[in-house]
Design a protein. Sequence first.
Lengths: 256, 351, 282
Amino acid sequence: MRRLQWGYLFVAFAFIYLPVASLVLFSFKDGSLPLPPFEGPTLRWYAEVFGDRRLMAALGHSLMVAVGSSLTACVLGFLAAYGLARHVLPGSVWLRGLLIAPMTVSYLIVGLGLLIVFNQLGIGLSLWAAGIGHVVINLPLCFAIIYASMGAQQQNIERAARDLGAGEVRVITQVTVPMLAPAILAAFFLAMTLSWDEFVIAFLLTRFEVTLPVEIWSLLRSGLSSKTNAIGSIVFLGSAAIVLLLELFIFGRRRP
Amino acid sequence: MTAPITIESLCHDFQDFRALSDIALEIDAGEYIVLLGPSGCGKTTLLSILGGFIVPSRGAVKIGGRDMTGVAPAKRPTTTMFQDYALFPHMTLRDNVAFGLRMRGMARRERHARAERLLELVGLHGDAGKRPHELSGGQRQRVALARALAVEPDVLLLDEPLGALDLKLRRSMQDELKSLQREFGTTFIHVTHDQEEAMAIADRIVVMNRGRIEDVGPPERVYQQPASLFAANFMGETNRLPATRGPQGLETPFGHLAAPQAPSGDGPFTVCLRPEQIRSGTDGWSLGSARVGDSAFFGTHFRCHLHCDDDAETTLIAHLPPEVQPRPGARLTLSVDPARLTIFAAEGAAP
Amino acid sequence: MAISSTLRGWGFVTPALLWTLAFFVAPFAIMLAMSLATLEGRELIWGFDLANYRRLFGQSFLAGAIVVSLQITLTVTLVSILLAYPLAWIIAFRVPPRWQRLVLLLAILPFWTSYVVRSYSWLLVLSREGIVNKALMSLGVIAEPLQMASTRFATVTGFVHFFVMLLTLTIFANLVQLSPNYRRAATDLGASGWQAFRHVILPLTLPGIMVGAFLTFVLCIGDYITPQILGGNNELTVPQVIMVQLGRRGDFPLAAALSIVLMGLVSLAYLASARWLRLDRV
């Protein structure tokens, strides 16, 4: 029975890593198509990627949009969580529901809705528009994560600070935020991940300056090429490295 | 229904931590045994081994004469009542209690009838259709008990069952556990760190510390004549006086003490006297006079700090009867019956 | 002071609230209105016209897309749960505690490939000259390469690949926060490993599974990329049709109506799993 279970683990991992392994492997292939048999290895596709100005620009755009929208989502989410958790508001159940609602709506619909609005208002499409869309999808997440960690224990600590004479703003900046740092960071990190990789909203709401997923999509439109493998591998290995490092040295360390 | 237990040379290690050293114990069928000790003493590890959840590194466990050392929990004639009760939240009380019977293949009508009878026995008549989250802590505990007893085990293992209850509830549950045990006749093994609870309920107490057994015996004997200094300290408050062997018996801060019960050797020794053994008066071995420091009324007695004239360094804690009226600042003459003192070799000295 | 507290509370909540109203609720309302509008040539006529919806359910092409989406999504949800649960279980109960987080992380690491790129890599793997076909042929299992890419099979595979990782994460989180005493109590009372799972563990994790299933449903049914890359041209899903209406024909009203229908499907799924979903309990 045990053997069966370890066997399943192995097969599952093989399934999970099959496309990624293939992706990375054929990014080094010296040939026209990223398909077997393997010839090479070569770094020429990576050179092409780094030399592709549009691609590199898109990478920068993705980063900007991700950081900007995640920061905004975290700030708004934190304020809303604080307001709802620490002050008694009428209809707070509805408020919470409203703030969470966008999580259950397909990104396509969020993007389409914004596209229609921007079109009607005559506002042009741009990275800002995509950023706005990303805040819409990340705000519920940040709110939920931070709200869930504002429990009674935290409230007592804040009360103690108030008791010692600190005003509310002081309490927030010097007590609440540091105390909730793990949750806020987790929310920020999650929002960054979602925004960085998000395609549909960025596709609908940008025109000339695009994000990385949109640019990769254009690449795909022009046919199969190992260049796509290269940029995919860079994104994967880069993110995976960051995640592994974070886990090994920060989040993982908390266990005794 | 019931069975005796034999534990032979039991040792268990977790990685490089020795949890149990050389545990040996004989338990009769139908006994109520309490494993008593501070956190980390190994009592829960021992219980887990008896329950089959841990296989010991060395040694053997025999239940009813059969070797059960490596047998899985499902196949053992034991059931465990867990500290958090572990009632299945998605099942009714009836289904919870009947679970073990269902695993044995009992038909629905019969096992439901059995379950309801057991629920009635623990005082939850009529609640069979409820879910655990609808009950209070004390009620949940009874359901856990009913569930454990439903399969008619030979041995029932209880892991700190009363820890989550408030004092009054704890007292009444102690009585109930005792009477249930008498009724079923099952061997009960109960783990706790509360010595009062142990004394209230046990046929025999097993005092444990750091993986070893310090003392085994009926509550009265363990309290009044503890086998080790640790057991003496753990079973209740005790005053400790240093002593050495002298020409006239033991030399203590209060003078000579003829003490035939002292261990052999020159000492140093520790003399233990319990707070309630200290009397006002001159009957017995004299402790000289003392000034009352703080004094708190406990209903049946005053608990006082006594600063002794003979030994400025020692403050005695005494339980004095209300008639003595020990007010702070008052002076008293103290004495104790020397036969009731227990004397041990001092810690760190050779035994 | 009490009034002031409420006011201040509103002060904190307002920014997020305004953003949600302005950039989510309002666009949604406008989209709803748009779905009731019509397109005459290139002119947009606002009004209350159910023409778009009639077309949706009348034209077999459009209605067919709804059926396709539902079929694919339900299949993906079921298969992903069936594959992810054992994986999560093994990591939670068979892998030594020290290594659990790391193994889990490794199991979901491909999450961090770009979504677009991941679907593309399945295209490579499943293509006629791809690894799977080459391997099957060299093993002698098949003589001719199989048509796997650009089929529903490829779409489902691509989805399942993604959602198995997601569900493994959520189910694992669910499994480890179960008190270990439940399983111990069950075996203590005579249950075998399988019985303990069936009668105790499975029912207790069912809420978590339903949450994961709902999430899978929502993400899958609204996804454009995977079916577009892997699905081929024989059938389209609702998101694909929406994009077609937008791109080629600029038919915003029809696209809007399709989106509303999509929302409707999601709402149905929500109602079906609402028991387990208590979203008010954030």
